[in-house]
Ligand binder design. Structure first.
Ligand SMILES: *Cc1c(COP(=O)(O)O)cnc(C)c1O
Length: 398
């Protein structure tokens, strides 16, 4: 793998030079006011990115998976029932994590390539007259299949069923890259990590916790210690941590948010959409299709490209790494070997995306797939050339 090349996996994402410098910082005393001055702006910034006015923001030294665990153990008790749909490896892993914590998960099996089934959720909630279901877990952007789900529709389903269950949303590969509205959508816990839209190294589990979820903490019986919201909220209130905080990443997070806000969040989202649309045009020009079944499900952060039957898609990823020093994502779980993934989130420009598209073409041609060199690049070039306003947003991302 060449470190000169951008990576095209859906996390960790490319780290801009400015953020690499931001995390390169000498040790400070985390019990000093210097740390408190670093923490609060990072938390305030995350709250803005989540589009929330009221959420408590918690930053654990962990990753997205730790945030899943923190969300459920702090608000639920063993034996509690949660409702979830399985439509990819990440929604699957969260379900598995819940079961290992002794929760009962009602799983709605959903084809991989589809998103969260709001209507099926509504039916399940209406059938739950005794309100046994305590929470609904939704993976906003299923990174394994490149599918984005309609969280507003899930909220409408919960409201239509007049059900009090809390709504927890995994936005690990959507937050800071795709539209996310914690308050408007009535999300009770929003979850992400540092290494995707925030363009930082892995190491922060980032949670936004709404008031109803905070209320659930007192009665929740799941064992937790390191991830206990109560210890963290108490320490954070005094500007500190219950243990040694990941100071460098928290400092990096503030700078990441500054970068996102200098570009302007709406423009960040528009840039992701434009880059993704160019990739999708390239995929169509190759004569291939996406795992996502319909345009409204297309993710703006990752495209999962289905290869012809009988061809092992993992070969594309291996060959790209070995010959060209470029990283794409493999298929996971049910879609292993059937697709490869192009991650196009975080610090990404049209020009970087073109290099990934060009590499994928060389790889597919090398491996004997019927792809015309330049076809996808040309389709994306045509789109980028005509859809850009100016270079400002790309510069801000670099
Ligand atoms: C990356 C990812 C995760 C897992 O996060 P880790 O940081 O690897 O623990 C969870 N959910 C989604 C949707 C992801 O893309």
């Amino acid at each position: 793998m060449s470190t000169q090349n951008p990576i095209f996996i859906p996390g960790p994402t490319n780290i801009p030079e400015r953020l690499r410098r931001a995390v390169d910082y000498p040790s400070i005393d985390h019990r000093s006011p210097a740390f408190a001055e670093m923490l609060k702006p990072a938390q305030d910034g995350v709250r803005r990115i989540l589009r929330s006015k009221q959420a408590e923001i918690i930053l654990f030294p962990s990753t997205g998976t730790g945030a899943w665990e923190a969300a459920i153990t702090n608000t639920l008790s063993p034996g509690d029932k949660v409702l979830a749909a399985r439509y990819g490896m990440f929604s699957h892993r969260w379900i598995d994590l819940c079961r290992r914590h002794g929760l009962e998960v009602e799983v709605i099996e959903t084809p991989w390539g589809e998103g969260a089934p709001a209507e099926a959720f509504e039916e399940a909630l209406k059938a739950d007259a005794g309100h046994a279901i305590k929470a609904i877990l939704v993976c906003h952007n299923e990174t394994a299949t490149g599918v984005v789900s309609d969280i507003a529709a899930v909220r409408r389903a919960i409201d239509a069923a007049r059900h009090p269950a809390l709504l927890y949303v995994d936005g690990v590969s959507s937050i800071a890259s795709m539209d996310f509205r914690m308050d408007d959508w009535g999300v009770d816990i929003a979850i992400t990590g540092s290494q995707k839209g925030f363009m930082l190294p892995a190491g922060l589990a980032i949670l936004g916790i709404g008031p109803k979820a905070i209320q659930a903490v007192a009665s929740a019986q799941c064992p937790r210690c390191f991830f206990d919201f109560r210890d963290m909220l108490k320490s954070n209130a005094g500007g500190g941590y219950p243990y040694t905080p990941p100071v460098n990443l928290i400092r990096g997070l503030s700078v990441s948010i500054a970068m996102l806000e200098e570009e302007g969040l709406p423009r960040v989202l528009a840039r992701h959409h434009r880059i993704a649309e160019g990739v999708r045009r390239a995929v169509a020009a190759w004569g291939l299709s996406l795992c996502a079944q319909r345009p409204e499900l297309y993710s703006d952060t990752v495209s999962a490209v289905v290869v012809p039957d009988g061809f092992d898609a993992t070969r594309i990823v291996t060959h790209a790494a070995e010959k060209y020093g470029v990283a794409f994502g493999v298929g996971l779980g049910e879609v292993a070997g059937k697709l490869f993934r192009i991650g196009h989130l975080g610090s990404m420009t049209d020009v970087m995306a073109l290099s990934g598209i060009a590499t994928a073409e060389m790889v597919m041609a090398d491996l004997g797939l019927p792809v015309t060199l330049g076809s996808g690049v040309a389709a994306a070039q045509e789109y980028y050339r005509t859809s850009r306003e100016n270079a400002g947003s790309a510069r801000a991302a670099a």
